[in-house]
Design a protein around this ligand. Sequence first.
Ligand SMILES: Nc1ncnc2c1ncn2[C@@H]1O[C@H](COP(=O)(O)OP(=O)(O)OP(=O)(O)O)[C@@H](O)[C@H]1O
Length: 254
Amino acid sequence: MEKVIELKDVWVRYGNQTILEAVNFELTEPYGLLGIIGPNGGGKTTFLKVLLGLLKPYKGSVKLFGKPPEKSRDLVGYVPQYKGFDFDFPISVWEVVLTGRMSHTGFLKKYSGEDKKAAEEALKTVEMFDLKDRQIGQLSGGQRQRVFIARALATNPKLLLLDEPNSGLDPHMQDELYRLLNRLKHEMAIIMVTHDLSAVSVYVDRIACLNRTFHYHNSKEIPVEDLEATYQCPVELIAHGVPHRVLEQHKGNS
Ligand SMILES: Nc1ncnc2c1ncn2[C@@H]1O[C@H](COP(=O)(O)OP(=O)(O)OP(=O)(O)O)[C@@H](O)[C@H]1O
């Protein structure tokens, strides 16, 4: 079985604030859709950035497909969280998806026939090829999200990371998005950070919780088994350090 991700005792901090403490995590074949849940500020985006090699832990080891993140970049597609800024500059759907090939071509290099073919296939996969000449600023939220998924797919990744891909989408669009991810999960491993717990129970094969506070409701700890029964899929905890502090704050507030 191929090891997609292997994190051992990973510690990450910003300045003197430790965000990830002693995180151990493994993802192996068979592929599936993994949902990462946890409260705001719990470190979910930080976790994705570690996988992308954008953040280096000050302690611990990170391997993707048996290699350090910077050596496996081509194997990983990333759909960042949409922060709500408008694309009011002239760039087409086609051009956005082609930028996904930059790791192959380098910045400001000419795109090859192979790059264009990969971009075309990615747009067809998300059913957006017909809109390839449309300006990105003229798309709906759901369409734009599909374009950014196509951009991530343009390198033919074996691991796709999505940061809250459902935010801002109406229920129908969310449904469409999850159907798309469920199709793609047979070809690649997918990790989706989300706050959408109803979707988690329907679409996700496995849950990782990046902060133990999620297991506390009205100051009571909810056992993992109860969460598994609620969401009907395996749940694991992948961080233990930070939550203690947050829990203390909760106790202090009550
Ligand atoms: N570049 C940065 N410099 C300093 N602190 C940061 C930086 N990025 C994030 N943080 C802090 O690290 C913590 C974890 O942030 P992160 O974005 O990983 O959380 P998250 O679980 O994705 O949150 P959310 O659910 O709100 O998106 C937060 O307290 C945040 O303010």
